[in-house]
Design a binder for this molecule. Structure first.
Ligand SMILES: [Zn+2]
Length: 142
């Protein structure tokens, strides 16, 4: 089964680095798990709101930094990160995120573009071994 990016996913890729968009577009073709783009470029204001969540505002912590690869990189003029989730949305089954990750890394390898995944920062193929929790997050490894 071949999946295609939804119009909403494409809209959310606006302002993201073209190399990362190429990886996402190839990954959706390779992936056995359909997925959606949750977020691409993020403003510093939005990052501050997210950072407050679970600290000074209610909710669970969703970010650990006030800096973010989702910001527009001043060197390239693009955001260097995307957040992807299984479609239909399912936060409970992490194997679906692992399937997305396999497609993302297969696509990146095919295209010769280096990426990192928020559930396996040291890239040893062992997701969440150090308690990494950012399973939706992929970024360019520049
Ligand atoms: Zn992210």
């Amino acid at each position: 089964m071949t999946h295609v990016l939804s119009a909403r996913s494409r809209t959310r890729l606006q302002g993201v680095h073209p190399d990362l968009i190429r990886v996402v577009e190839r990954a959706i073709q390779l992936s056995r798990q359909d997925f959606t783009v949750l977020e691409g470029v993020r403003t510093p204001e939005r990052q501050k709101q997210l950072y407050a969540q679970g600290r000074t505002k209610p909710g669970r912590k969703v970010t650990w930094t006030l800096n973010s690869r989702h910001f527009v990189n001043p060197m390239t003029g693009y955001g260097h990160a995307v957040d992807l989730a299984p479609f239909p949305i399912d936060w409970s089954d992490l194997t679906k995120f692992d399937a997305i990750s396999r497609a993302m890394f297969d696509a990146a390898k095919e295209l010769g573009i280096a990426i990192r995944w928020g559930a396996d920062w040291d890239r040893d193929g062992q997701p969440r071994e150090r308690g990494e929790t950012d399973s939706p997050h992929f970024e360019l490894a520049l």
